[in-house]
Design a protein around this ligand. Structure first.
Ligand SMILES: Nc1ncnc2c1ncn2[C@@H]1O[C@H](COP(=O)(O)OP(=O)(O)O)[C@@H](O)[C@H]1O
Ligand SMILES: [Mg+2]
Length: 356
């Protein structure tokens, strides 16, 4: 098994807050980090030794990057699969290309999970308006149309309530390759976050209950309550199947709806996840540290809870202006991502509160 010893350089795709928090965890363990991103700068720049500005599809720049670091990982999964293949021939990529290929495409991830026996919303592929009309007949007109690629924080989605909404929804998502999903009735949402080592060993963090507002995660709370806890075992079994099937190395997140029929798989992220930010203070080992440990081939840390109750609240847009009030309560752990402009809907930071 390859061990990448402290002192080595970890390459990270994407220079946002997830890259920043991976870089901070890497620094704690004595690694250097090198970011690759299309922007000139970003939240991860302040805490990383090197930054390459390059397009995600620039095969030559990617190859040079892969050669210059000891392992490549990512905070962002929407990288051209052909580029990832190139990368993998020039260096070690963890998680691997197959995980990226599945997780960056909503249709592929739903098909993948359904083939493993996981429960999903009814879904159908949509390439044009005719497909959409057919899809509505198949999954029903109470549905969500989502772009297959590049969607996040509720972006690239349109709600349908009746068949007449088809044209509007198709235009709203920019007439691109999409998936139509039947609307799932659920009581609560949660995620399963696991870390899988290169030796195949898996550890799970406790599932948090996730509350979304306007399609964006607002809070994650653990313990998650009886309903979610009752569905956690089944959801974890599916997550383990997914991780094993992809021969996954690193942190993997699966989002679920807790429905009357049990856990319904929504989507997966082949990376650390916003719903796991609470683990920085709330777990013995954070998702960021264990991700670094896994991709470096180090032993994994304990994922157990470090508090009786943990609540993570995202600071969206000008929420972050309240930093002084937040810090006036000594129980709060404040995280700011160093973003210069507080646009509405933009994740500026988060606060974690522990009950010890
Ligand atoms: N099929 C569905 N039925 C009901 N609600 C849904 C469905 N798909 C998504 N949602 C709601 O929208 C949120 C965002 O959708 P999601 O597919 O997770 O996209 P994103 O990549 O933006 O997080 C979900 O967390 C959930 O609250
Ligand atoms: Mg989501």
């Amino acid at each position: 098994m390859t061990t990448i010893a402290p002192g080595a350089t970890i390459g990270i795709f994407g220079g946002g807050q997830l890259g920043r928090m991976i870089a901070l965890a890497a620094a704690q363990l004595g690694y250097r980090t090198h970011i690759y991103a299309p922007e000139a700068s970003g939240p991860a720049a302040d805490v990383s030794a090197s930054w390459t500005r390059g397009e995600y599809a620039d095969v030559e720049a990617l190859a040079a990057f892969a050669t210059s670091v000891d392992v490549v990982t990512y905070e962002f999964e929407n990288i051209d699969p052909a580029a990832v293949e190139v990368l993998a021939t020039h260096g070690l990529v963890r998680p691997g290309a197959q995980a990226l290929r599945v997780a960056q495409d909503r249709l592929a991830e739903k098909r993948f999970v359904a083939a493993l026996g996981g429960l999903t919303a009814p879904f159908a592929p949509v390439e044009d308006l005719d497909d959409l009309e057919q899809a509505i007949e198949q999954v029903g007109s109470r549905a969500i149309l989502k772009t297959n690629r590049m969607g996040y924080d509720g972006k690239g989605q349109a709600r349908l309530n009746e068949p007449g909404d088809a044209v509007g929804a198709w235009n709203a998502i920019g007439r691109q390759s999409a998936i139509l999903e039947g609307f799932v009735t659920f009581a609560e949402e949660f995620s399963v976050i696991l870390v899988r080592g290169a030796d195949g060993m898996i550890h799970f963090w406790d599932s948090a209950a996730n509350v979304h507002v306007n399609g964006i995660l607002a809070t994650s709370t653990t313990p998650a309550g009886a309903l979610i806890e009752g569905q956690m075992e089944q959801a974890r079994a599916l997550a383990k199947q997914v991780a094993d099937a992809l021969d996954y190395v690193g942190v993997l997140t699966l989002e679920f709806f807790a429905s009357a029929d049990g856990p319904v798989f929504n989507e997966m992220a082949p990376r650390v996840h916003n719903s796991g930010h609470w683990t920085i203070e709330g777990a013995v080992t954070s998702q960021f540290e264990n991700h670094v440990r896994a991709i470096s081939g180090l032993p994994l840390g304990d994922t157990g809870l470090a508090a009786v109750r943990v609540e993570m609240t995202n600071l969206i847009g000008d929420d972050a202006d309240r930093w002084q009030a937040i810090l006036s309560d000594p129980a709060n752990h404040l995280h700011l991502y160093g973003k210069h402009e507080a646009r509405p809907g933009r994740k500026m930071g988060h606060v974690t509160r522990l009950t010890l």
